[in-house]
Design a protein around this ligand. Structure first.
Ligand SMILES: Cc1ncc(COP(=O)(O)O)c(C=O)c1O
Length: 465
């Protein structure tokens, strides 16, 4: 594994403690990469770690991440009170286990499961784990059906857009599934059912459709994808299910685009995931996955743990993990209700659209999309604007002001297109949006004064949206 070296102070491998903080008798110099020989006072250890963490960016100015960076005080209090709870220990924490079940049932209902009581779901550490579980259920069901029919079950494939989040590449890599990417193009900016028949066959375990493509925030039209699969079934007999990766959009669409059909209202949608820690408005460490019916999650993947004298089915990749985030999710459900979620998400979308309009009004740019799906939008530099600078240079300039606004290439097929993206989260006020627009204008004006090109810049390695 490659890790980025942290900021360096003192010599390469040691940290020097300010004599004001070190207590008498304590080491003044500690090794960065080896366990110290002796103890340290709690206050000193606190100060060292606190100071290291201080060098992280300012979360409020981070417009790259989707993940919640602010919760109100009562939620923080609840977090502090419950941070010792282990989600897997359902015997010791039956109340937390019951809240977990309440939460996924609320989601099943929110996502229009025909019979929420017959649905099944669970919490996870994030959408990545939730996507793995959705994909595993597809793979196992497909394998079981193939074996039952006496057919080979050794070459499964999964069909998805070339703009999927990296977790789906990981899924295919880790679980030996062939990844089939339908390339996005200028005409088909998302997976939309076009040409799908060329990608699916009898070995296709399912199609992944994304509500809130990570690169741009756009929704994939799930009804159009389902219609294409209906047509494929009519002509070939193949009945291919959809998993909706709603990491961000599954907590936006129910509130901001309620009439839009993307969820269990579409029969072909077997399962949906979301990140509780994105637009579910909970601190990092929480995802959800829900299946429309219990039988869509193969029994052979479920483990039963004892719970209150009975059996509780569990299906997850992790064993121990924090339970506090699950309680925080329930807090948000109680605190906001439908109307509260709508207001919070609408406020983010208003800011996103305002920012998108501000960027669109600048001569240098054209929008890729405008924030009307999830509160995320992306833009590119107009072809004829300049050869002297790129969006990477703009990203650098904004970074110097504290803003994190990533620039990156689009996926294969469009990789010559560079976009820059803003993710608006709860807490980015109109006021901050105005300050950001001012800083973009100032940066662009400075870059436009260049009389020769800046040195070539490649996309920063390792940016995974
Ligand atoms: C569409 C999509 N799927 C999956 C993920 C992974 O989610 P998590 O970070 O919650 O594991 C992301 C993260 O940005 C995403 O945007």
């Amino acid at each position: 594994m490659v890790t980025r070296p942290g900021p360096r102070r003192g010599s390469d491998s040691s940290i020097t403690i300010n004599p004001l903080f070190a207590r008498p008798g304590e080491d003044r110099v500690i090794d960065r990469y080896r366990l110290g020989a002796d103890r340290m006072l709690p206050e000193t250890a606190y100060q060292v770690v606190h100071d290291e963490a201080m060098l992280d960016g300012n979360a409020r100015l981070n417009l790259a991440t989707f993940v919640t960076t602010w919760m109100e005080d009562p939620a923080r209090k609840l977090y502090a009170e419950t941070l010792d709870k282990n989600m897997i220990d359902k015997d010791e924490y039956p109340a937390t286990a019951a809240v977990e079940e309440r939460c996924w049932r609320i989601l099943a209902d929110l996502w229009h499961a025909p019979d929420p009581a017959a649905a099944i779901g669970c919490s996870t550490v994030g959408s990545s784990e939730a996507c793995m579980l959705g994909g595993l259920a597809f793979k196992r069901r497909w394998q079981e059906a193939r074996r039952k029919a006496g057919k080979p079950a050794d070459r499964p494939n999964l069909v998805m857009s070339s703009a999927v989040q990296v977790v789906w590449e990981k899924f295919c890599n880790y679980w030996d599934v062939e990844a089939r990417y339908v390339p996005i193009t200028e005409e088909h900016k998302t997976l939309d059912g076009h040409g799908l028949a060329d990608y699916v066959d009898e070995n296709t375990i399912g199609v992944v459709a994304i509500m809130g493509v990570t690169y741009t925030g756009m929704y994939e039209p799930i009804t159009a994808i389902a219609a294409a699969l209906d047509e494929i079934q009519r002509t070939t007999g193949l009945d291919i299910p959809i998993h909706v990766d709603g990491a961000s959009g599954a907590m936006i669409a129910p509130f901001l685009q309620a009439p839009l059909e993307w969820d269990f209202r579409i029969d072909r949608v077997h399962s949906i995931n979301t990140s509780g820690h994105k637009y579910g408005l909970v601190y990092p460490g929480l995802g959800w996955v829900v299946w429309r019916r219990r039988d869509l999650l193969p029994e052979s993947l479920v483990f039963n743990v004892s719970y209150l004298g009975g059996d509780m089915p569990t299906f997850a990749l992790n064993f121990s993990r924090p339970g506090a985030q699950v309680l925080l999710q329930y807090y948000q459900f109680l605190r906001l209700g439908r109307e509260g979620f709508r207001e919070v998400q609408q406020a983010s979308q208003d800011v996103a659209r305002y920012l998108a309009a501000g960027v669109d009004a600048m001569d240098a740019f054209e929008l890729w999309n405008d924030g009307t799906d999830i509160p995320v939008f992306a833009w590119r530099l107009k072809d004829d604007h300049t050869d002297n600078w790129t969006l990477y240079d703009l990203s650098d300039r904004l970074r110097a002001k504290g803003w994190q606004v990533p620039a990156y290439p689009m996926p294969d097929n469009l990789s010559d297109v560079t976009v820059q993206r803003v993710v608006v989260r709860n807490g980015l006020s109109m006021d901050l949006a105005d300050l950001l627009l001012d800083d973009v204008r100032i940066a662009v004006a400075a870059l436009d004064r260049l009389t020769a090109p800046l040195p070539d810049r490649a996309a920063p390695a390792g940016f995974h949206h």
